[in-house]
Design a protein around this ligand. Structure first.
Ligand SMILES: [Zn+2]
Length: 333
């Protein structure tokens, strides 16, 4: 069950097209780390700079984790996608190492969490990840186009053993033990375009549920805030093509909303991305009220610091993995 036992898996070649690790004692398949099959590239504009940049995703060896690289700054330090690398959370989640940074990583991180990608090099030719359509949908499409490959080491999970909570005024976020991954998020958002019942989202994680119910939820903002941000030189790439924009009474996007509760679902999408900065999928429940990038990061750091409240686990048989993550079993021909 613990990650020190990785060496027990032995590759059996010949029986399957690719290497499959079997557990010595039980003969069952181990639950393995995942990366992409091929390199994929896309281009898109950054939300804040408006600059169009290339984004390339490259397969990475086992235990690499997700690592960002600024290809416009040759030789610059790599930026591991880990909670303690987060340097700014005011507008998005930004990773920093020294004077190198990359911002708006949360929607791509959310897509990687949704598809259970453990190891990947993310190369971006500018200071922020392209906003695409403001959701994780285009990243899901990109990752699925590349294909997903199992690797030769057990997948690790961050298991919540005891409750951990952080708060800031009336906002709070909490982890509690749970045999799966459940998110229960409430926004405090009174607006004529949204009914009271659309303020809360509860998601029992599974890849299908994530792709169908969460991944397409776009970021959102108010017209008056957009105008203020533009006057500060921010949100230069923001438009009705990559955000739900509201005025005081209505949704300004001509196509309307993708879900009745799209803003609450986007907050869940953001939380899934922010929590993936733990470095592994979470086995536990996340409950939050009015949380955002700052509090999500504080919660991830609090869980890391409270050693008795968490454990890093892996599974010696696929069948032992909580059903929430069984979606990541690949079919073996
Ligand atoms: Zn977001």
């Amino acid at each position: 069950m613990t990650d020190g036992e990785r060496q027990e898996g032995k590759p059996l070649s010949g029986r399957f097209k690719k290497t499959v690790f079997l557990n010595d004692e039980t003969g069952t398949r181990m639950y393995l780390q995942r990366t992409l099959k091929t390199v994929v590239t896309t281009k898109g504009a950054g939300l804040h700079t408006g600059a169009r940049v290339a984004l390339t995703l490259r397969p990475a060896p086992v235990d690499t984790g997700i690592v960002f690289h600024r290809t416009d700054l040759p030789g610059s330090a790599p930026l591991p996608a880990l909670a303690h690398q987060v340097g700014d959370t005011r507008l998005s989640t930004l990773l920093r190492a020294g004077d190198v940074s990359v911002s708006t990583v949360e929607h791509l991180m959310s897509a990687l969490a949704g598809l259970g990608i453990d190891n990947l090099h993310v190369e971006v030719a500018g200071p922020e990840i392209p906003i695409m359509d403001g959701s994780a949908g285009p990243f899901i499409f990109l990752l699925q186009s590349a294909g997903i490959e199992e690797q030769t080491a057990p997948k690790k999970f961050y298991k919540v053993m005891e409750p951990v909570e952080v708060s800031d005024g009336d906002k709070w976020a909490r982890f509690t033990p749970y045999d799966g991954f459940r998110l229960d998020f409430t926004i405090d958002f009174t607006h004529p375009a949204f009914a009271q019942k659309n303020r809360r989202v509860v998601l029992d994680f599974g890849e299908d549920a994530y792709i169908k119910d969460i991944a397409r939820a776009r970021t959102f903002g108010f017209m008056q805030d957009v105008e203020t941000m533009r006057s500060m030189g921010l949100a230069l790439g923001g438009s009705l093509h990559n955000a739900v924009v509201l005025d005081e009474v209505s949704v300004l996007n001509s196509g309307g909303l993708r879900y009745d509760n799209e803003p609450a679902k986007h907050k869940v999408l953001d939380a899934i991305g922010d929590l993936y900065l733990l470095g592994h999928p979470v086995i536990g429940q996340y409950t939050a009220y009015k949380s955002g990038h700052a509090l999500n990061n504080a919660l991830a750091r609090a869980l890391i610091e409270r050693e008795e409240a968490r454990e890093i686990v892996s599974f010696r048989a696929e069948e032992d993995v909580p059903s929430a993550f069984q979606c990541w079993r690949l079919r073996h021909a």
